[in-house]
Design a protein around this ligand. Structure first.
Ligand code: ADP
Ligand code: MG
Length: 350
């Protein structure tokens, strides 16, 4: 279902962009779009412009920026600065680029804000859980307990003078799986906007940021799938100059004994978060939205809604395992659970 939700989110934007693409030939603004694999996932970059060459150049620049960020922050690439920090856990501080230092320091602030539900040091647990389908039995509780003891963002020691990072404990590890795509989407958007692209979308597998308007001047919309009737959009979100970020257990998970275990880890227990199928955050900042989507998945519906309702300019839409749909206090949905849906554009799902 969640896979479908994501496809629908994606398709509804694709659909809108394609509608614009048919309006040729004209000197009017036009939407250009590229879909490709970046950061191991599906990226979509769309640029609205009157100048086709400029649009493609900007899309290329957005792609290059994302690749540059990946090389810096990936915990999988042994040459990255993140890998160097991890290799030196419990040994010594590592001096890193200001950019990575700042990303880690923002991550730690989000950890503090979410009571540790979001924590980049969750990554020490990746020796315990595998979410590639290869895991057939639950890990031993002692093994989980040993790894969970290494998770604590307060043990990520930052030295602003040297911009160095030190993981205090041997066996600690950091990873940006829950914030990197949002950061990259923000940066790709900034680069494209600075190049004079008046409107566009960067969609990093459901971590989506928009700016400006569609080619015909209308708003960007994101369709939310009906959890009961999966092929139907049950509501639309206006998505102008904002990020719409969805976290869920649709892609990476382990299925053990008929139960699905999400790739989002609760740092308090070392076990996968449960209770929410999908969390969508709407806020101006893709990076913050990405991290909060993960945090709310960990916190669950009550604590998660409480947190989001405290944060000005941040809204959310949650779908529980029982298909209950919950929203934060000020989320504005169009056609929300109404019959008017038939009048809205619909997208088909494979
Ligand atoms: P998605 O990748 O589906 O967009 P998320 O943004 O929630 O979902 O990111 C999930 C990824 O974040 C996991 O695959 C893992 O790399 C990392 N992660 C898992 N649990 C946590 C956590 N509690 N805090 C920070 N990062 C996490
Ligand atoms: Mg996230």
């Amino acid at each position: 279902m969640l896979r479908r939700l994501m496809i629908l989110l994606f398709l509804s934007l694709t659909w809108l962009v394609q509608v614009q693409a048919q309006r040729l030939p004209t000197k009017e603004p036009h939407a250009y779009k590229k879909v490709l694999l970046l950061m191991g996932t599906r990226f979509e970059l769309a640029a609205v412009s009157r100048d086709e060459q400029k649009a493609w150049e900007a899309i290329e620049a957005g792609i290059n920026e994302t690749m540059r960020i990946e090389a810096l922050i990936s915990e999988w690439q042994p040459t990255s600065q993140t890998s160097e920090i991890n290799r030196n856990a419990g040994i010594k501080p590592v001096v890193v680029d200001q950019e990575l230092y700042d990303l880690i320091s923002r991550s730690n602030r989000i950890s503090a804000m979410t009571g540790g539900a979001f924590d980049i040091s969750f990554a020490s647990i990746d020796k315990v859980w595998r979410f590639d389908g290869s895991m057939k039995t639950l890990p031993a509780p002692e093994q989980v307990a040993a790894s969970v003891a290494k998770i604590n963002y307060k043990n990520i020691i930052l030295n602003p003078e040297h911009h160095s990072v030190f993981l205090k404990e041997l066996g600690m590890k950091i990873g940006f799986g829950a914030i990197g795509k949002g950061y990259a989407a923000n940066r790709a958007r900034d680069i494209m906007r600075e190049m004079g692209i008046e409107g566009g979308v960067v969609n990093a597998a459901g971590d989506l940021v928009t700016w400006g308007r569609q080619a015909d001047g209308s708003s960007w919309y994101v369709g939310i799938a009906d959890p009961e009737e999966k092929d139907k959009v049950f509501s639309w979100l206006t998505a102008d100059n904002t990020a719409v970020v969805t976290s869920g257990n649709y892609e990476k998970y382990a299925e053990i004994g008929g139960k699905r275990y999400s790739h989002i880890i609760d740092p308090r227990t070392g076990f996968p978060a449960s209770g929410l199928k999908s969390v969508t955050i709407v806020c101006p900042n893709g990076e913050l939205g990405d991290a909060l989507a993960t945090a709310v998945s960990v916190l669950g519906k009550d604590e998660g809604l409480y947190l989001i309702n405290q944060l000005k300019g941040v809204e959310c839409l949650l779908i529980t395992d029982n298909n209950e749909v919950l929203t934060s206090e000020s989320l504005h949905l169009h056609y929300y659970q109404s019959k008017k849906i038939t009048a809205a554009p619909t997208a088909t799902v494979d």
